[in-house]
Design a protein around this ligand. Structure first.
Ligand SMILES: Nc1ccn([C@H]2C[C@H](O)[C@@H](COP(=O)(O)OP(=O)(O)OP(=O)(O)O)O2)c(=O)n1
Length: 123
């Protein structure tokens, strides 16, 4: 079967909330069925993550300040950005998983810690 193109992938999207646990499990399966589990060590995943952050940075490099919502970007440029953001997220989720950590719970705890550190200052 032919692999779907970008437009087909976008039209298949639903409004269903995507959980970190679902991404974690889909990534684990993706690696397992390809025999890539052995390559997904914490260090390798960290390096892959940093590489993808570099690719993400290239999109913004030399552009000057960019308006929120990217009103002047083409759909191709937005799709490219979505892909690089996704690569970063996917490697991050996978890294947390192979480290045996629950990223969603950790992020919630960190948000609470941040709120305590930076209390709301009323004018
Ligand atoms: N050993 C690997 C290789 C890839 N991936 C997955 C995670 C990323 O979402 C994506 C990264 O794929 P590529 O290395 O092909 O990177 P790009 O998609 O960015 O391609 P390119 O670097 O050609 O732009 O594939 C993975 O899980 N494990």
């Amino acid at each position: 079967m032919e692999s779907p193109n970008g437009q087909e992938l976008i039209s298949r999207r639903s409004n269903k909330d995507v959980s970190l646990l679902e991404l974690r499990d889909r990534l684990a399966e993706f690696a397992a069925v390809r025999g890539w589990d052995k390559f997904h060590s914490p260090r390798n995943l960290l390096l892959a993550l940093v590489g993808e952050v570099g690719e993400l940075s290239e999109i913004f490099q030399w552009k000057g300040e960019v308006e929120r919502g990217l009103p002047n970007w083409s759909s191709n440029d937005k799709e490219h950005l979505e892909e690089e953001l996704s690569d970063v997220l996917l490697y991050l989720v996978r890294l947390a998983d192979v480290c045996g950590l629950d990223l969603g719970q950790a992020a919630l705890s960190k948000l609470i810690k941040n709120a305590r550190k930076y209390p709301v200052v009323k004018p």
